[in-house]
Design a protein around this ligand. Structure first.
Ligand code: MG
Length: 391
C-alpha cells in the first residue's frame, strides 16, 4: 500500500479564447453582444459569451503529483472559482484523493440546507471531483476507466453536434462533409434552424440518404403539446431522437412528450446529480440520458449512468465547452458503461483545443479514441495555460 499523498493545494484558472463564429453559429441582427461580451439567442432566450471560456482546477498532492479538473465558465466564471477558493478548497485540503466519491458527498452536504442542489455550486464540485479522480489515477498509474472497474471499449462512436452555418443549404453541405469524413450520425440545433425544424430535418434526410442517423436538439423551446405535435410532423424523417423538447422544470410535460412522441426523447444535459435525474426516471421522461461531465463530475456521471442502466435507458453523453479535460473524463466513464451508443462531438470546440493539450485522445472517422495513460489522460500545455488567468 503506497503512502497516502494528501491534497496540499487547490488552484483555479479561467481560460478564455476568442472565437470567429459564436458557438452554435453566426448571430442574427438582434443578437448583438452587450458590453460584457454576452448575447442572447432569441431561439431559446439563453445567454452565451462571444468567446470560449472554461474553468480549470489544479489539485496538487503532498508528493507533488498534479490532477486537473474542469467545469463550465460560460457565464460569470468567477462565481465558480469563488465557490472553489472560499468554500471547497479548504475542506478538500488534507483529504486523500482515493476518497474522491465520498468527498463529492461531503462537499454536496455543505450547502444542502441552503438549497444549492445544482447550478454554479455543483459545477464547482464537478471540477474538483474530476481533478481528484485524475490525481488518484496519476498517483496509482491507472486510468479513471480502470479505477471504475475497467473500459469495455477504447473506441467510442461519436456523433457530430451542430452545423454552424448561416443557411440551410450550407448546413446540408456541411453535414455531407462530415459524412464524407466517416461520421454516421449528426444532430442539428433548433435554436439556429431559421428555416424551421421540419424543413431542416427534411433537407438533411434528403441530402444524407436513409442510412445516416439524424437528431435534433429542440433546446427547451416548446410546450409539451407543441413538442408532441412537432414530433409527429418529424416522424417521416426518422430521427434517432429529439432532445430537450420542453422546459426542464416541466417534468410532467417531459413525461407526456416521451409517451406520445414517435421517436425516443433524450434529455439531461442541464442536470447534475442523481437527485435531479431520479424523478425523470420515475416518470419515464426519456429513453436516453445525456449527462454532461462538466456539470456532474466523474462521481455523479457514473451514478447517473448506472441509474440509466437499471431503467433501460441509453446514455449518450453531452459534451460541449471543454478544453479537453472534462471531455476526456467523460470518455473515461463512457468507456465503462454498458449501454452507450454514441458520445457527442462538438467539433467546433474539440478540434481547436486538442492541439493545446498533451493527450492521445482523438476524434476521427466517427470515433473517439479513449486517451491512454493515467487519470483522464489529458494535461494542458503551456500554450493553453498562456490563455489562463489564475482566479
Ligand atoms: Mg443540447
Amino acid at each position: 500500500m503506497p503512502a497516502v499523498a494528501r491534497v496540499t493545494q487547490v488552484e483555479c484558472f479561467i481560460v478564455t479564447l476568442p472565437r470567429d463564429v459564436p458557438y452554435l453559429g453566426p448571430l442574427a441582427a438582434d443578437e448583438q453582444p452587450n458590453p460584457r461580451g454576452y448575447f442572447v439567442r432569441r431561439g431559446n432566450r439563453t445567454i452565451y459569451p462571444t468567446v470560449d471560456r472554461t474553468v480549470l482546477v489544479k489539485i496538487t498532492a503532498a508528493d507533488g503529483t498534479v490532477g486537473w479538473g474542469e467545469t463550465y465558465g460560460i457565464v460569470a466564471p468567477k462565481a465558480v472559482t469563488e465557490i472553489i477558493n472560499d468554500v471547497l478548497a479548504p475542506v478538500v485540503a488534507g483529504r486523500d484523493p482515493r476518497d474522491a466519491a465520498s468527498i463529492w458527498d461531503d462537499l454536496y452536504d455543505l450547502m444542502r440546507v441552503r438549497g444549492h442542489f445544482g447550478g454554479f455550486y455543483v459545477d464547482a464540485i464537478a471540477a474538483v471531483d474530476i481533478a481528484l479522480w485524475d490525481l488518484r489515477g496519476r498517483i496509482e498509474n491507472r486510468s479513471i476507466a480502470e479505477l471504475l472497474g475497467g473500459a469495455r471499449r477504447t473506441r467510442i462512436p461519436a456523433y457530430v453536434s451542430g452545423l454552424p452555418r448561416a443557411t440551410l443549404a450550407e448546413r446540408v453541405d456541411l453535414a455531407r462533409e462530415w459524412v464524407g469524413k466517416g461520421y454516421r450520425a449528426l444532430k442539428f440545433a433548433a435554436v439556429v434552424s431559421h428555416e424551421g425544424v421540419i424543413a431542416e430535418a427534411r433537407a438533411l434526410r434528403e441530402g444524407l440518404g436513409p442510412d445516416i442517423e439524424i437528431m435534433v436538439d429542440l433546446h427547451w423551446k416548446y410546450t409539451a403539446e407543441e413538442a408532441i405535435r412537432l414530433a409527429g410532423e418529424l416522424a417521416p424523417y426518422r430521427l434517432a431522437f429529439i432532445e430537450a423538447p420542453c422546459k426542464p422544470e416541466d417534468i410532467e410535460g417531459q413525461a407526456k412528450v416521451a409517451t406520445h412522441a414517435p421517436m425516443p426523447v433524450a434529455l439531461g444535459e442541464e442536470l447534475r446529480t442523481i437527485h435531479e435525474f431520479q424523478p425523470r426516471f420515475a416518470r419515464d421522461c426519456m429513453r436516453i440520458v445525456q449527462p454532461e461531465m462538466g456539470h456532474t463530475g466523474v462521481t455523479q456521471f457514473q451514478a447517473i449512468g448506472r441509474m440509466a442502466e437499471a431503467s433501460g435507458c441509453a446514455v449518450i453523453p453531452h459534451a460541449a465547452g471543454s478544453v479537453g479535460i472534462f471531455i476526456a473524463a467523460s470518455l473515461q466513464v463512457a468507456a465503462t458503461l454498458p449501454n452507450l451508443p454514441w458520445h457527442e462531438y462538438q467539433h467546433s470546440i474539440f478540434d481547436r483545443y486538442l492541439p493545446l493539450t498533451r493527450t492521445t485522445m482523438t476524434c476521427a472517422a466517427g470515433f473517439y479514441e479513449l486517451p491512454a495513460g493515467p487519470g483522464h489522460g489529458v494535461v494542458p500545455t503551456q500554450e493553453l495555460l498562456r490563455h489562463a488567468v489564475a482566479a
